[in-house]
Design a protein around this ligand. Structure first.
Ligand SMILES: Nc1ncnc2c1ncn2[C@@H]1O[C@H](COP(=O)(O)OP(=O)(O)O)[C@@H](O)[C@H]1O
Ligand SMILES: [Mg+2]
Length: 234
């Protein structure tokens, strides 16, 4: 039976598991696989467990034997998941969870040189659109924003700097709320609260130049967006 697509991020396509409705299966996209193989993902998962254990949904990684070095992540599905946004952050229990994850992130960077990419591609798209909201109805919207979003939707999928393809639809629907798309609020089997769902860590030690640059850029970007849109300190 073909797997039912559930969602998509910059690095993975996310599917429903055909046998277990409580599980999501994440398959890496071609560009992501160049730098994240089974061993890297296994190590990221170990570090994520060590530092963010209480906030992780049950997650395992297995080799996808059909393709050399390829992997599949299986993760407990969080029901009624909502990406963290400024409105959710006004609730005390949610804010406390997010602050605690930020605290754990500082410790993880300190001790093991690893941390989370909080914002994600979808969150970045929504933050940028939120900034452009005041230009709605202006000449800049007509000549620049709309054609730009149309172009973003039509260029080849999988380009690393690709603005999310859905951005044009979000703009049309007026969905301009900033989001931290790698943290969700929802329900697991055991509890309701905030969960860390994206375990592709930033790693500042021990890996090659590509990872140093990727991690450096993501950390600056996350720090800037968390402060600007969510009043959070990384
Ligand atoms: N365990 C989960 N429960 C509910 N939704 C999820 C879960 N994992 C991922 N998602 C949804 O799928 C999107 C992409 O998943 P993610 O693991 O962040 O992929 P990527 O590595 O490509 O960013 C998330 O932003 C979220 O909306
Ligand atoms: Mg993600």
């Amino acid at each position: 039976m073909p797997l039912q697509k559930y969602a998509e991020g910059a690095g993975h396509e996310v599917f429903e598991d055909s046998e277990d409705p409580d599980v999501l299966v994440k398959k890496p996209k071609p560009l992501h696989k160049r730098h994240f193989d089974f061993h890297r993902v296994q190590e990221d998962l170990r570090l994520a467990h060590k530092h963010f254990g209480d906030y992780l949904p049950e997650t395992t990684v297995q080799k996808n034997d059909a393709i050399k070095d390829d992997y599949l992540v299986r993760q407990e599905r969080i029901y009624n998941a909502q990406h963290i946004n400024p409105v959710l952050l006004r609730k005390d229990d949610i804010r406390t969870d997010v602050e605690s994850i930020l605290h754990l992130n500082r410790a993880a960077l300190d001790v093991d040189g690893c941390g989370l990419d909080f914002i994600g591609l979808e969150g970045s798209g929504k933050c940028v659109l939120a900034s452009a909201e005041k230009l709605r109805g202006s000449i800049v919207e007509t000549l620049l924003i709309r054609p730009g979003l149309y172009f973003g939707k039509t260029i080849e999928r999988g380009t690393p700097l690709n603005f999310p393809r859905e951005a044009e639809d979000w703009w049309k629907r007026g969905e301009t709320t900033p989001e931290i798309s790698n943290l969700v609020y929802g329900e697991s089997k055991n509890r309701q609260g905030v969960f860390v769902i994206d375990l592709s860590l930033v790693r500042t030690r021990g890996l090659g130049m590509y990872e140093k640059v990727r991690s450096g850029v993501l950390q600056c970007w996350n720090k800037h967006l968390l402060r600007k849109y969510f009043d959070l300190t990384m």
